[in-house]
Design a protein around this ligand. Structure first.
Ligand SMILES: Nc1ncnc2c1ncn2[C@@H]1O[C@H](COP(=O)(O)OP(=O)(O)OP(=O)(O)O)[C@@H](O)[C@H]1O
Ligand SMILES: CCCCCCCCCCCCC/C=C/[C@@H](O)[C@H](CO)NC(C)=O
Ligand SMILES: [Ca+2]
Length: 448
């Protein structure tokens, strides 16, 4: 950069600048050149360099959920993201969703070959819609039956970017390190990518959902269920329902069967923290490729472990699940793409002890260093509630009619005969009995 003379042609070069704690911003430098020809040569040479990179997207399909989080999705996209895409010469087709599952259904059908990636502006629920549409279309084309829990899914070739505009934004936070729309837009522009583990949830050999962040039964299932009635509160609905759910102190009885992940590196209580280029994920990725290409590793019955009991929470974390409320996450050492799930079992305990565990989600203390908390790194698990789901409906109805809340029927135990439901990336799964397994790490995220 040098001082401008009147006849000089100004050219602005925009670049990514790192600022505080994982934040990125767009900075610029202005060049002045009196030789027009030389100036154009420079611009063309730089453009050629950028084109050669290949990873940068040129055409994106953007979904905006206008009702996620504080309902600012459209504003965030128009004011903070679209101008950056324009500067980077990225063309976009923008769809503002009109109803829930609009993005999922569109993606399941549309010809995706013209796009270099998909962007979702919203929260975890919106990201979940997008991966469902994308995975479903990919399996349909490949003739894969998603209902068969043993099906080998085909990897999706498109990357998904998230512009955070939801309430928790845990998938964005856990992958980028922060939930900032400008940072995510810049990661998308430079073509960053991050593989992510995807788990499938089945019930009686029927496919229910895919999960990429948290699958939570008990506490997080009940928080979500209650919070859906208070969507008008925006993100604070989770605080309100969290407090109510904490006070209700419901525990749920059932059996967990799990298959420990023995071939991968690390364990849920080690000091490793998954970041871009993580060696644990790279090592595990190679192993997974090997076992996929050769023959499936056979698991004998003895490999499965059983835990029976009364649980306040069963949390299955595919990734750390870090978010602004829990900066280290529900499972700080979980990996984004190692093919495993951290299964956290919180057994029945006093309200005080449960509060100690919850508070440790928000600070750096070890939330697993408590006698009533167990954590396992698994490839697969099955949960069977003590009370069958058919009986459960009857019990719930009777309970509601007679007492308003069924748990008051046996206060001494504090254990509910009503089942909880699963919170799957912020979406409710009504079934309590589920079979969950790692299925693929295909969905590359642009904001990595
Ligand atoms: N136009 C729409 N009208 C109503 N619901 C929508 C619309 N578009 C998407 N949805 C649904 O809104 C739900 C919540 O969206 P989203 O995840 O973006 O926000 P959030 O729930 O506030 O955030 P988070 O998931 O991070 O807690 C999703 O389940 C999605 O299916
Ligand atoms: C009384 C103190 C209580 C403190 C509890 C703080 C715990 C915060 C943990 C946040 C949940 C992180 C897991 C993310 C789940 C998302 O998939 C989901 C949808 O966005 N969000 C929620 C809240 O269910
Ligand atoms: Ca994982």
């Amino acid at each position: 950069k040098r001082l401008s003379r009147q006849e000089d042609v100004p050219r602005i070069l925009y670049y990514v600048q790192r600022s505080k704690e994982h934040h990125w911003c767009c900075a610029e430098v202005t060049f002045y050149c009196s030789d027009q020809l030389l100036c154009n040569q420079w611009v063309q040479a730089l453009q050629r360099r950028l084109d050669l990179q290949g990873v940068r997207p040129k055409n994106l399909l953007v979904f905006i959920n206008p009702f996620g989080g504080k309902q600012l999705g459209k504003h965030i996209y128009d004011k903070k993201v679209a101008p950056l895409f324009q500067l980077a010469s990225i063309t976009t087709e923008v769809i503002v969703t009109e109803h829930a599952n609009h993005a999922r259904d569109h993606l399941a059908e549309v010809d995706l070959r013209i796009y270099d990636g998909i962007v979702c502006v919203g929260g975890d629920g919106m990201f979940s819609e997008v991966i469902h549409g994308l995975i479903c279309q990919t399996q349909k084309i490949a003739g894969i039956d998603q209902n068969d829990p043993n099906s080998k899914l085909v990897a999706c070739s498109l990357r998904i970017g998230i512009i955070p505009a939801g309430s928790t934004d845990c998938i964005c936070y856990a992958t980028v390190g922060v939930n900032d729309p400008v940072t995510s837009a810049l990661h998308i522009i430079v073509g960053d990518s991050q593989p992510m583990d995807v788990s499938s949830v089945h019930h009686n050999n029927t496919f229910l959902k895919y999960s990429v962040s948290l699958l939570g039964y008990g506490f997080y299932g009940d928080v979500l269920k209650d919070s859906e009635n208070n969507r008008w509160m925006g993100p604070s609905r989770y605080d309100f329902s969290g407090f109510k759910t904490f006070l209700s102190h419901q525990c749920y009885e059932g059996t967990v069967l799990y298959l420990p992940a023995t071939e991968t590196l690390g364990n849920p209580r080690d000091e490793s923290r998954c970041t871009a280029g993580c060696y644990v994920c790279q090592y595990s990725g190679k192993l997974l490729d090997l076992s996929n290409n050769k023959q499936e590793l056979k698991h004998v019955e003895e490999d499965w472990k059983v835990v029976k009991g009364k649980f306040l929470a069963i949390n299955a974390a595919n990734m750390s699940c870090a978010c602004s409320k829990s900066p280290m996450g529900l499972s700080p050492a979980a990996h984004l793409a190692d093919g495993t799930i951290d299964l956290i079992l919180v057994r029945k305990c006093s309200r005080f002890n449960f509060l100690r565990h919850l508070i440790r989600h928000t600070n750096k203390d070890d939330q697993f260093d408590l006698a009533f908390v167990e954590v396992y790194r698994v490839k697969q698990f099955i949960f069977t509630p003590k009370y069958s789901e058919e009986d459960n409906i009857d019990i719930r109805d009777i309970g509601k009619n007679l007492f308003g809340q069924f748990c008051s029927d046996h206060p001494a135990c504090g254990c509910s005969q009503v089942n909880s439901n699963w919170n799957c990336d912020g979406e409710i799964i009504e079934h309590a009995a589920v079979e969950v397994r790692y299925v693929l790490f295909c969905c590359l995220e642009l904001s990595g």
